[in-house]
Design a protein around this ligand. Structure first.
Ligand code: FAD
Length: 484
């Protein structure tokens, strides 16, 4: 038989036998795969889902279960926020920055309220209440939080801010597992045939059309005919060092990849049949510096003592900008009024203290008049309620003038900078994998972190964008695949 692998598809003529026959073969049982399977079943297709682990989940089950939804949900209205489709769509595009896919932003902007209803229809519970403040995930069972940079510049000047992080009702962190359990139950109820311990290793092609997939089960290759299409929902490539070295070298500046196995195979499979992989250099990263929340009042400086960001942005945007700074570390400056011991897990240490900012500067061995000048300028303007350099907004803009003063060190090597990749296959808003000319590859669909989707730009990431992308565009891919 001809050689085949994730880099080399198998020709239909060389398939020895068909072990499985279905309309739609979904690869991966995270949020993307589950939603694709549900929609493909709803569309009347026979669906088989192949998952390499022994059960559903992937990174999705490890997540907070937070989904970015806007445009005027019940929870937003109840909390007094008058969000609109226009403001929401504008924010989605801003969050995507130079990598934004306008068609996806516009479609999701229009459809997010329907998607929210769809999630509820699948049984996902939302308490509908808003938890004010800056949170990474709700610590109670609240279901709406600020989860991005909406209220910070430049976003707040271009799109009316509203909280849009909708979290499954669940006590404490970790709503991803119950979210996936509900989606799994729904996919099973609708008749999707689930095969676990089944790893996709190559695509099967009939000329230019993807006609199936080779799946390794019990160490044997099984040949799956997918009459209508194959949907890839295999996650990103954060645990594949070779791919990261090739495409996303900046991610080596930080140290804690998060996710499931995320080996990038879905991207390689798509590329093996002519798919385009885009924005492969993009990654999300965050060091949990806003826990405790009081730290958002602090000022970040780089190793030269210069500010580089308005600190009221989303923690991930601030962290991503921090990682761009030279010197392998940044400092979070606080006065005693805003200092709280950082979480142990963050690995953030106290680098210097002093009765004046000059003393802190000296202890950090920075040249005289660097950090101290930064703080003098910042405090002078903060007292006037403005930040002419970075446009940090009131009320988080406060002078840091109550001694003693503290410099916390966020070290890229020793502090906890979690990260995952954002680049992947280029897809249409319908979930079709497209080639470099922009034409769909017949029979191949993909969504979630093996694609480049709503969360396309690390500097603009907002919590909930990835699961919004996985669940919504996973549905799009499943629906389109079922149409054949
Ligand atoms: C701790 C944590 C918290 C997070 N919190 C949030 C949050 O609250 N909101 C948010 O939007 N994002 C969050 N994220 C990010 C988000 O969870 C992921 O980006 C998203 O879940 C990816 O979903 P996916 O369906 O693309 O991939 P996954 O959920 O990883 O699913 C991929 C599945 O494919 C399977 N697979 C891979 N290769 C193969 C193969 N060859 N054959 C068969 N199966 C295969 C994998 O085993 C896996 O089950 C969080 C991430 C982490 C790690």
């Amino acid at each position: 038989m001809a050689a085949y692998s994730q880099y080399q598809p198998l020709a239909l003529a060389d398939v020895p036998q068909w072990d499985f026959e279905t309309d739609v073969a979904v690869i991966g049982f995270g949020a993307t795969g589950a939603c694709a399977a549900i929609e493909a079943c709803t569309g009347g297709a026979r669906v088989m889902l192949f998952e390499r682990s022994s059960g559903s989940g992937g990174a999705s089950a490890l997540s907070g279960g937070e989904i970015y939804i806007g445009g005027g949900t019940d929870a937003q209205k109840a909390a007094g926020f008058d969000d609109t489709v226009e403001a929401f769509t504008t924010y989605l595009k801003l969050a995507g920055g130079p990598c934004a896919d306008d068609a996806k932003c516009e479609l999701y902007g229009r459809e997010a309220l329907n998607h929210y209803q769809w999630l509820k229809d699948q049984g996902v519970p939302y308490r509908g209440n808003f938890l004010p403040g800056k949170h990474i995930e709700p610590t109670d069972d609240s279901t709406l939080i600020w989860s991005g940079s909406e209220a910070a510049a430049p976003f707040c000047h271009k799109a009316t801010p509203a909280p849009r992080g909708h979290v499954i009702q669940h006590m404490g962190w970790g709503g991803g597992r119950p979210l996936i359990d509900l989606l799994e139950a729904r996919a099973r109820d609708l008749g999707a045939q689930i095969h676990v311990d089944a790893r996709a290793v190559a695509l099967i092609v009939d000329g230019n059309r993807v006609a199936g997939v080779v799946v390794r089960i019990d160490n044997q290759d099984r040949f799956v005919r997918a009459a209508k299409g194959v949907v890839l929902g295999t996650g990103g490539f954060v645990f594949n060092d070779a791919m990261r070295a090739k495409y996303c070298a900046d991610s080596f500046r930080v140290n804690s990849p998060i996710g499931d196995k995320d080996d990038g195979i879905g991207i390689e499979l798509g590329v093996s049949v002519g798919g385009d992989a885009i924005h492969m250099d993009q990654f999300f990263t965050t060091c949990p510096w806003t826990m405790p929340e009081a730290h958002a009042y602090g000022v970040f400086v780089n190793a030269q003592g210069n500010r580089f960001i308005n600190e009221d942005c989303y923690h991930g945007r601030v962290t991503r900008c921090a990682v761009d700074q030279p010197g392998g570390k940044v400092y979070l400056l606080l006065d005693v009024a805003h200092f709280v011991q950082p979480l142990d897990l963050a690995g953030i240490t106290i680098a210097a203290t002093g009765e004046t900012w000059e003393e802190v500067e000296a202890e950090l061995e920075m040249p005289k008049g660097t950090l101290s000048a930064t703080m003098a300028v910042y405090n002078e303007h903060a007292r006037e309620g403005r930040d002419p350099l970075f446009d940090k907004q009131v009320p988080i803009l406060k002078a840091l003038d109550q001694s003693p003063f503290i410099a916390l060190e966020l070290n890229f090597e020793t502090s906890y900078f979690s990260f995952f990749t954002l680049g992947g296959l280029k897809t249409s808003a319908d979930g079709e994998v497209v080639n470099r000319a922009g034409a769909p590859i017949a029979g191949l669909f993909a969504a979630g972190r093996c694609t480049s989707g709503l969360p396309a730009w690390g500097h603009g990431y907002s919590s909930g964008l990835s699961l919004a992308d996985c669940t919504f565009f996973g549905r799009q891919a499943g629906r389109k695949a079922a149409q054949g």
